[in-house]
Write a protein that binds this ligand. Sequence first.
Ligand code: UGA
Length: 443
Amino acid sequence: MNIAIIGTGYVGLPSGVGLAELGHKVTCIDIDDKKIEALKRGELTLYEEGLEDLFNKNIKNGNLSFTSSIKDGIQDATVVILAVGTPPDPISKAADLTYIFNAASEVSKYLRKYTVICDKSTVPVGTGDKIEKLILKNNPQAHFDVVSLPEFLREGFAVHDFFYPDRIVIGTQSKQAQEILLKMYEPLQHNTKIICVNRKSAETIKYASNSFLAMKIHYINEIADFCEKSGADINDVALGVGLDSRIGSKFLNPGPGFGGSCFPKDTLAMDYMAREVGVNLTLIQSAISGNLLRKKIMARRIMQKASRFKDPKIAVLGIAFKGGTDDCRESPAVDIVKELQSLGATNISIFDPKALNNAKRIFGNTLSYASSIEECIKDADLLVTLTEWNDFRTLDLAKMAILMRHKIIEDYRNLFDPETASQAGFEYSAIGRSNLPYEALAS
Ligand code: UGA
C-alpha cells in the first residue's frame, strides 16, 4: 500500500519506518528542507532505540523515501497520515492546531482519488470534523474520509511499541476507510487488538489515556511523599500495589514528576476541553498543579543539602525527560536545573548519554557539560540523578565516592540500592524511601 506521512518527528518518523518495515511504500514528508535533506542522505534526525537499522534497511529496499513536497508525496497515496506537532497555546494552553490545519489544507489541493486521511497528531475532540469541513471547503469534489488514528508510541520504545502495540484504535464510521486501515495493519493483527470506534471516541481515548497515566504517576509520587514520612519504602509499596491486576505494575515508578512533550501538554488540553463544555476534571487539575510544584520541591530539597557548602558543585546525571531518548522537551530535569539556577546554584555539571546537544540549546554556557559520568561527578559535593538511564543503575558507587569531594547522593529516580550507597560512604536520599541513614532503617 502507498502511504504518505506528514511530519517526521518522534511520531511520524518511527511510524513511517515501521509501516515501511511491514512492506508498505512510505513517503515521509516534512516542510523542513534541512531535515528532509538529512534523511535523504541516510542520516536519522532523532535518536530512537533500534530505529537506525530499520531506517537504513527500508531506504535500501526502496520502501522508504522522503520529500518536502506534499504534492509529490501524496500523489500515489491511498492513506495520508498527519503526524505534525500540536504544541500548547502559550496563553490558553489549548492545543495549537495551526500545523495540522495547514497540512490538511495543503493535502486538500492535491486529492485526485479516494484517500483515507488519518490524524495521528493528538488533537482536541472534534478536530476530525473540522479537518473534514476544511478539505471539503477547499476541494468540494474530493473523495476522502478523515479518520482519527491516535498514536500510543512511547519515546525510547517507539520501535517496540510500533510492532507490539497494546491496541490500535481506528476512529471512523466509514466502512471503506476501516477496511483500508485494517489491511494496512494486517501484519500486526496477531500482536494486538484492533478496535474501530467513532472519530470523537478515538480522539478522546488518546487524551483520556495520557491523562490517566499522568495521574497514575502523580498518585505514586504522592504516595512516595507519604512513605518518606511514614518509614515505608515506595519501591516495596509500588510492587505490592501493582500486583493487583486491577491496578497493574506499570507507571508506578516514583520520580521528580512527569514530563515530555505529551503528558504535560495533554493533561492541560484535556482540562481545557472539559472546561469548554462545562465539566470540571478535578483529578487531572490536581495532577497538573501537583506536578509543577513537585519540581520546585525537588530543587529546594537539593539546595537544602548543597547549601552546607560554599559554592557547591552539583553533579546532575540525566537531563532528558526520561531514559532512552535525547528529548528534553518539558523535561523535569531541565525544570529542576533551571530552578536550582534561580535559587543561586552557579556550579552545576551535567551528563546525559544522549541529550547533551539538546541541553546545550537550553542552558548555553550557564553550566558545564561533562563528557563522561566520571568527569561530571569529579570533585562534586552532591550527586543528583534526574533521568532513569540504565547506564546509571550499574554505577560502581565505591569508585564514585572516591571521585567526589563530599559523598551525598540525591537519587530522584531510585536507581541505587540504599545499602550499597551507604556502604560506599554516601549520605543517600531517594524518593519515597525514608531518608534516615540505612543503619537506622535496618534496625
Ligand atoms: C507517552 C505515553 O506513554 C505514550 O503512550 C504516548 O503515545 C505518548 O506519550 C504520546 O502521547 O505521544 P512518552 O511521552 O514517550 O509517552 O513518555 P512516557 O514513557 O509515558 O513517560 C512520560 C513521563 O512520565 C516521563 O517524564 C517519565 O520519566 C515519567 N514516568 C513514567 C514516571 O515518572 N514514572 C513512571 O512510572 C512512568
